[in-house]
Design a protein around this ligand. Structure first.
Ligand SMILES: NC(=O)c1ccc[n+]([C@@H]2O[C@H](COP(=O)([O-])OP(=O)(O)OC[C@H]3O[C@@H](n4cnc5c(N)ncnc54)[C@H](O)[C@@H]3O)[C@@H](O)[C@H]2O)c1
Length: 251
């Protein structure tokens, strides 16, 4: 028996083969969920969906900064499945910039995908979740929000991820009476393509030095936490931020 038997889940930004979204989608599928993978490219999203265990998974193009596109995809999936139970707002980008190097276009790109995208996808599904008096939303923040960067992303990334924490908590408070839960995950340093090839050996050594568990996290480490927050195991948790960081920030 799976923890998500009979559930329908949407995971954004889950086409990246070694990413947190793909690992989460895979674990959800292993636990019985039917999953929709949303990403920028339809073919890559469909390929990722085809790669999941079980049948009925779907891959669709959806740029999360486009409010109409978010609503269209949400409506399409609700019509097809009859219901959506889980949303994971995972799509995100980062840039290793120092404060004085952040240009308007950098601010817009990083704030838009991470924060605006989380808002728009949540708005696309909240009425449906409210109508059913159930729903679990998992948002990807970062340790960068809590400790002010220090791994890879610049101050605009820290700000976007801190914005996600505030948004998660406010949505949790507003929607709790309707049985809809919102929680955030704050991953530490996880080896995925978001930093692949962009970290120097010195940067990597410095990051590992600061992790009491002595290793980078894996995408599966984050997926396990997402499964807990998406499933009924966490039925009394809302507005939480869960650290998945190997002890790199203990607070
Ligand atoms: N890897 C880490 O160390 C780490 C740490 C903390 C937080 N995070 C967060 O976890 C999430 C996943 O990160 P990852 O490491 O798997 O990244 P990744 O780069 O491997 O995957 C991100 C995915 O998001 C997609 N995407 C980008 N812009 C999009 C848009 N506008 N609409 C839809 N999809 C879009 C990309 O195509 C890609 O498939 C991100 O939000 C990231 O900020 C990652």
């Amino acid at each position: 028996m799976g923890l998500l038997d009979g559930k329908f889940a949407i995971v954004t930004g889950a086409a990246s083969p070694r990413g947190l979204g793909k690992a989460t989608a895979k674990l959800f599928a292993e636990h019985g969920a039917t999953v929709a993978i949303l990403d920028l490219n339809a073919e890559q999203a469909q390929a990722a969906a085809n790669d999941l265990p079980g049948s009925g998974h779907i891959g669709l193009a959806c740029n999360v900064i486009d409010k109409d596109a978010c609503q269209k995809v949400a409506d399409e999936l609700i019509a097809k499945w009859g219901a959506v139970d889980i949303l994971v707002n995972n799509a995100g980008i980062t840039q290793p910039l120092k404060i004085m190097d952040i240009q308007p276009e950098n601010y817009e790109a990083v704030l838009d995908v991470n924060l605006r995208g989380t808002l728009y996808m949540s708005q696309a599904l909240i009425p449906h979740f409210r109508g059913r008096k159930t729903g679990s939303v998992v948002n990807l923040s970062s340790v960068s929000a809590q400790r002010g960067g220090g791994i890879f992303g610049g101050p605009h990334y820290s700000a976007a991820k801190a914005g996600i924490l505030g948004l998660t908590k406010a949505m949790a408070r507003e929607c709790a009476p309707d049985g809809v839960r919102f929680n955030a995950i704050c991953p530490g340093f996880i080896a995925t393509d978001i930093t692949a090839g962009k970290l120097t050996d010195e940067m990597r050594a410095m990051v590992l030095e600061g992790i009491p568990m002595g290793r980078a996290g894996t995408a599966d480490d984050v997926a396990g936490c997402a499964l807990f927050l998406a499933s009924d195991l966490s039925s009394y948790c809302t507005g939480t931020e869960v650290d998945v960081n190997g002890g790199s920030l203990i607070h």
